[in-house]
Design a protein around this ligand. Structure first.
Ligand SMILES: *[C@@H]1O[C@H](CO)[C@@H](O)[C@H](O)[C@H]1NC(C)=O
Ligand SMILES: *[C@@H]1O[C@H](CO)[C@@H](O)[C@H](O)[C@H]1NC(C)=O
Ligand SMILES: *[C@@H]1O[C@H](CO)[C@@H](O)[C@H](O)[C@H]1NC(C)=O
Ligand SMILES: *[C@@H]1O[C@H](CO)[C@@H](O)[C@H](O)[C@H]1NC(C)=O
Length: 479
């Protein structure tokens, strides 16, 4: 508790409770997000594993359906990752993908894919971004694949040309034996966009950048090169990839901390601005808790809480959508589902619920403490929901809590209902203990919510109501 710096320390008359207080602005404040996308919470599937996700893992459709129910729109999907730059299109291949691996836990070093890969992508009803190969420097093959994507995927949003080119080296075919620099990459990106664009007879088709983290390879640098080369018309969106932790040094306390999340997301500010200045979308094209498939922290309830807060920070910054990566099935600690519905999914689902139908989201706290509060506004600029997040790290023993008084609740409400996202501890994984949203859990076989839904009711008096949020817990309040 004493680590919390109250933005407004309130002594509530009659209750004698010391705690935090937030006034809900009656219309979206100037520091709100811009107009939100209908479904900011997206999913990224590792290229080689994508057909398996849709054809052999029933939870994929079930859980995407659950996200659709939560947000009212289909989650956007991106297909790509490291193996997109190991993949070659083969028009004669009847299967979606062809590769061999020593162990089912491995990703293939090389693979081919056929038309049915794009047919599977085309069967998804939400928007789809497809990552194609640039690293192997076979532009004719990439153009052939892009043509199939264009013809088979009616909801195609964009095509990526290469994945995380900041990791390309001089020995990759695209480098042609020369050292691979940000300048070489930018020259290559603009050349490929123009060639693929003219072959497809398309503008506004490329998801450009696709950089891991922020370094010398970055969107503001690329955007400048796009302007110089007069190729901005080919770009629909710019993207970076973001993994706040690495599997080897992963720290869950840090991952879920509101102040750390605020700081981590703000590192992308100038990249988002660079995209916006060119009137292009900016997305987190691939993201998750920790690199290398995710570490020990990745399957936990705390990683779910991270998703919830991170999505809000990113959308406020101007990120249109975030694509949470799903890797090799069976070897993927951060995956939202495999044989079971995993802990991070609870955070993703709650984020989708919170943003559902909202036009704007505003952060009510100042970002200086571990307690976060957000207000969501509808298209008539009325506050409709509030999200409270207590990011104090809780593992065992006495669990602290914060008492929060919201004021400015629309005067028509005499009581408000709320959904609590909680778990036994931030370290809890599915199977180890309880993780619930509104008292319910997701069934492993169907992703359906099971158990009795528990909407907590709180009295509101003169537009004020008080809530108790435990350490490592969040509450979604319906005004
Ligand atoms: C393409 O697929 C066909 C059918 O499986 C196969 O016979 C052929 O060898 C493949 N070509 C390449 C270059 O992999
Ligand atoms: C972006 O890239 C340029 C050129 O590579 C570099 O000078 C600049 O420092 C980079 N920006 C960031 C935030 O790293
Ligand atoms: C945004 O504005 C609101 C209302 O004016 C304020 O309470 C809140 O602290 C601000 N948010 C941030 C992150 O500064
Ligand atoms: C889902 O599966 C996990 C792992 O097999 C199991 O421990 C857990 O109890 C199951 N969850 C539900 C809600 O049935």
């Amino acid at each position: 508790m004493n680590a919390l710096i109250a933005p407004a320390l309130l002594l509530i008359a009659g209750s004698g409770v010391n705690g935090l207080g937030f006034e809900i602005p009656s219309s979206a404040p100037t520091n709100s997000s811009g107009q939100l996308d209908a479904a900011p919470v997206g999913v990224s599937f590792e290229f080689f594993a994508f057909p398996e996700y849709f054809q052999q893992l029933p939870l994929t459709n079930f859980c995407l359906g659950q996200l659709h129910d939560a947000s009212g729109s289909y989650s956007p999907v991106r297909i790509g990752g490291t193996t997109q730059d190991r993949a070659t299109y083969n028009a004669s291949l009847s299967s979606a993908v062809s590769y061999s691996v020593d162990s089912p836990d491995d990703a293939p070093e090389t693979l081919t894919f056929g038309d049915s890969f794009m047919e599977i992508a085309g069967s998804y009803e939400g928007s789809v971004t497809i990552g194609l190969n640039r690293r192997l420097d076979n532009i004719d093959n990439t153009i052939a694949a892009a043509k199939v994507a264009k013809s088979k995927v009616a909801t195609l949003y964009a095509i990526e040309l290469g994945n995380e080119p900041n990791f390309f080296t001089s020995s990759d075919p695209i480098a042609d034996g020369k050292s691979w620099t940000a300048a070489a990459d930018a020259a290559s990106q603009v050349l490929w966009q123009a060639s693929v664009g003219s072959a497809l007879d398309e503008t506004s088709f490329a998801q450009a950048g696709v950089f891991f983290g922020v370094g010398t390879f970055n969107v503001s640098n690329l955007a400048q090169k796009e302007e110089e080369a007069d190729t901005t018309q080919y770009v629909r969106s710019f993207c970076h990839h973001y993994y706040p932790q690495s599997a080897s040094t992963a720290d869950l306390d840090e991952l879920m901390s509101h102040t750390e999340i605020v700081e981590g997301v703000s590192e992308f500010q100038s990249q988002v601005v660079a995209a916006q200045e060119l009137d292009k979308d900016f997305v987190m094209g691939e993201t998750n808790s920790a690199t290398g498939g995710g570490g020990g922290i990745s399957p936990t309830f705390g990683a779910g809480l991270w998703i919830l807060d991170y999505v809000m920070q990113a959308t406020i910054l101007g990120v249109k959508q975030l694509f949470f990566h799903q890797g090799t099935i069976g070897n993927c600690p951060y995956c939202w589902w495999d044989e079971s519905v995993n802990a991070p999914f609870y955070g993703a689902y709650t984020a989708a619920l919170a943003l559902s139908g909202a036009s704007k989201v505003a952060q009510l706290d100042t970002g200086n403490s571990r307690f976060a509060a957000y207000a969501f506004y509808d298209s008539s600029d009325q506050p409709v929901r509030v999200l409270l997040y207590n990011s104090e790290y809780y593992t065992s023993g006495t669990r602290s809590s914060v008492s929060v008084t919201l004021s400015g609740i629309p005067s028509t409400s005499t009581s408000v209902s709320a959904l609590r996202l909680t778990g036994d501890a931030t370290t809890t994984t599915v199977g180890e203990g309880a993780i619930t949203v509104g008292g319910q859990t997701f069934a492993n076989a169907t992703c359906e919510l099971q158990g009795t839904k528990d909407m907590e009711t709180t009295q509101a008096t003169a537009g004020r109501a008080t809530f108790t949020v435990q350490a490592s817990e969040a509450m979604l309040i319906y005004l």
